[in-house]
Design a binder for this molecule. Structure first.
Ligand SMILES: CC(C)(COP(=O)(O)OP(=O)(O)OC[C@H]1O[C@@H](n2cnc3c(N)ncnc32)[C@H](O)[C@@H]1OP(=O)(O)O)[C@@H](O)C(=O)NCCC(=O)NCCS
Length: 170
């Protein structure tokens, strides 16, 4: 089941965000960086609360629920890229599942809900950034019709992460 996130979900969103980075990016990002994320639960919870407060209209945080547990989330809204038109391109900012729930179809259900929400918000196209070496996520996105548009960037989060942009027609 998919529903919009509420403020009470913030700690769980932070927990999934951190544990999914640690599971999915082991070997792709420095171990010290990933280990250090465990100390950021409170900080991340506050960040999710902020995002939940500003989210309205075209911005949305959706959660996947395997009753009674929240098992993943998708964060979406207008594109933040300077070369894209935010009124016509919606961005999937992040999609992460609890590592214990990978490869059980929850991501596909979230992706369908993401497409529905982006279409209903009037976007004509979707975009997202994915780590260049994240082969698993790239396979998942390609399975759902996304394609690499040839744009590359180094995302800087204290560490440099080579990333590629994907697009999809909605
Ligand atoms: C990427 C993610 C959202 C996919 O969700 P999921 O529920 O695990 O994926 P699904 O079970 O819906 O998989 C659907 C299809 O995608 C592809 N896929 C999913 N995970 C894959 C993997 N690890 N390797 C290769 N293909 C994969 C397969 O084609 C799969 O179909 P199949 O299982 O019948 O072969 C989830 O695994 C995740 O949170 N990963 C870690 C975080 C991450 O990398 N997020 C993206 C950041 S940009």
């Amino acid at each position: 089941m998919i529903r919009p996130a509420v403020a009470a979900d913030a700690p769980r969103l932070a927990e999934i965000h951190i544990s999914s980075w640690q599971a999915a990016y082991a070997g792709l990002l420095p171990a010290e960086y990933l280990d250090g994320l465990s100390d950021q639960a409170e900080l991340r919870t506050a960040q999710w609360l902020d995002w939940l407060q500003i989210d309205s209209g075209k911005r949305q945080i959706l959660v996947s629920v395997d009753d009674p547990d929240v098992v993943g989330f998708a964060h979406l809204g207008p594109s933040g890229d300077k070369d894209l038109t935010p009124s016509r391109v919606g961005e999937l900012y992040a999609m992460y599942l609890d590592p214990a729930r990978y490869r059980q179809g929850f991501g596909s259900e979230l992706m369908e809900a993401t497409f529905t929400h982006l279409r209903e918000s009037g976007f004509e196209e979707g975009s997202l950034w994915v780590m260049t070496d994240n082969a698993a996520a790239r396979s998942f996105y390609e399975r759902h019709g996304w394609y690499a548009d040839g744009t590359q960037s180094d995302v800087c989060l204290g560490i440099t992460i080579p990333s590629v942009r994907y697009r999809v027609k909605l």
